[in-house]
Design a protein around this ligand. Structure first.
Ligand SMILES: O=C(O)CCC(=O)C(=O)O
Ligand SMILES: [Fe+2]
Length: 375
């Protein structure tokens, strides 16, 4: 039965064998954004119509399209031991742990994480009280009012563009669900720290390659548990590509050199989850390859959930840093002359996530952020 987890466990004093098997699910892909339709100087408050990516056809209805039609049918991660996984469609995860000498098999395991996987979604309660319609509508009106005068496309500085509300509601829900599934599996969320014991104020998961905060370098598998990070879902890559094209069109329409934002193909993504007290100090993203950094290939950042106060500056100085609020659905791009900016998250603004997202994605209070890079 699709999506059903079979768990069998056999245990002896020297060995534990756990087998999980889940049938993979298939996806039908539909994406909402097409750079081709983007008129930078046109309607400031709408993005272009949806496009069915798989067929390349224009679709009639705009915005509210999803890139999964089967969200929530989770397929736990395939084998991610530090060896080539047998197949990405792998439907089984096997863990062999031996407590005695002579370990012959040691594959995808969580045993070394020392903590249970972090779930970015709330546990569904069968007794969840529905908010009164009046209250829901009041929330929506407030959100719409606030967004009314916000230009959808904002040029923040050379190489830095903000696409407000770029990710549709249904795509945000799908991203949350995908990150949740990956996050509770092998290579999922953990609280990163440094050798001296200091911890970052967030939960992190890497896709593509692992970023090691202590050595400030990328590695093929996580040094603390030998797990190969999950791949970046191709649906995420399509959204990144759409965002890059829309921002280049916008620059072009605004008589700014589109090359300030280069096209790149992400092969690394750092997924951060911040709770209400989460934050991230000012830093530069400078651990990608020399070639990528020299070309100024952009970082593309997705925000979902509660809003964040995002700081950026040419120097590492919180007091003089510029400030921008990143809201759910926003995409921030910084490349070219802004590729080396110092940036960070000074605070999360509690209870600012759209009510509809809370209802449909069941995200914990906090903020999900994905930053895509080309190593
Ligand atoms: O959460 C954010 O907006 C920034 C994340 C970030 O800078 C990073 O992961 O390097
Ligand atoms: Fe960063």
């Amino acid at each position: 039965m699709p999506g059903v987890l079979h768990l069998g466990a056999v245990s002896s004093s020297s060995e534990v064998v756990v087998r999980l098997s889940v049938l993979p699910s298939s996806f039908h892909l539909v994406f909402p954004f097409s750079s081709k339709n983007m008129k930078g100087g046109g309607n400031k408050n709408t993005y272009p119509a949806s496009r069915n990516v798989s067929s390349g056809q224009q679709s009639a209805s705009a915005r509210e399209r999803t890139f999964y039609n089967k969200v929530g049918r989770s397929s736990p991660n395939p084998d991610r031991s530090c060896r080539p996984p047998p197949t990405l469609e792998c439907s089984q995860i096997q863990t062999f742990l031996k407590t005695s000498e002579g370990v012959s098999e040691k594959r995808c395991t969580r045993s070394e994480l020392h903590e249970s996987p972090f779930d970015i979604c709330k546990t569904a309660s069968p007794f969840r009280l529905k908010k009164p319609l009046l209250e829901i509508n009041r929330g929506r009106r407030k959100e719409a009012e606030r967004a009314k005068n916000d230009p959808l496309l904002q040029y923040l500085r050379p190489g830095m563009v903000l696409l407000k509300k770029f990710i549709s509601h249904t795509d945000q829900v799908a991203i949350v669900k995908k990150c949740r599934d990956l996050g509770i599996g092998c290579g999922g969320f953990y609280r990163p720290g440094y050798r001296d014991g200091a911890k970052l104020h967030l939960q992190m998961m890497c896709l593509g390659k692992n970023w090691n905060p202590d050595s400030r370098s990328y590695e093929e598998c996580r040094s603390f548990d030998n797990v190969v990070p999950p791949e970046i879902p191709k649906e995420f890559k399509k959204l990144v590509d759409g965002a890059l094209h829309v921002s280049r069109d916008f620059l072009h329409q605004s008589a700014i050199d589109a090359e300030e934002v280069s096209i790149m193909s992400p092969n690394v993504c750092i997924v951060n989850f911040y709770n209400d007290s989460g934050r991230l100090g000012l830093h530069q993203d400078r651990d990608e390859s020399k070639e990528s950094l020299e070309k100024g290939l952009p970082v593309v950042s997705f925000s979902i959930g509660d809003s964040a106060e995002f700081l950026y500056s040419d120097v590492r100085d919180v007091d003089s840093a510029e400030k921008v609020i990143l809201e759910s659905g926003d995409v921030l791009i910084f490349g070219g002359k802004s590729r080396h900016i110092f940036h960070g998250v000074s605070c999360i603004k509690p209870k600012t996530a759209p009510q509809l997202l809370n209802d449909d994605a069941n995200l914990r209070p906090g903020r999900l952020n994905l930053t895509f890079r080309q190593y």
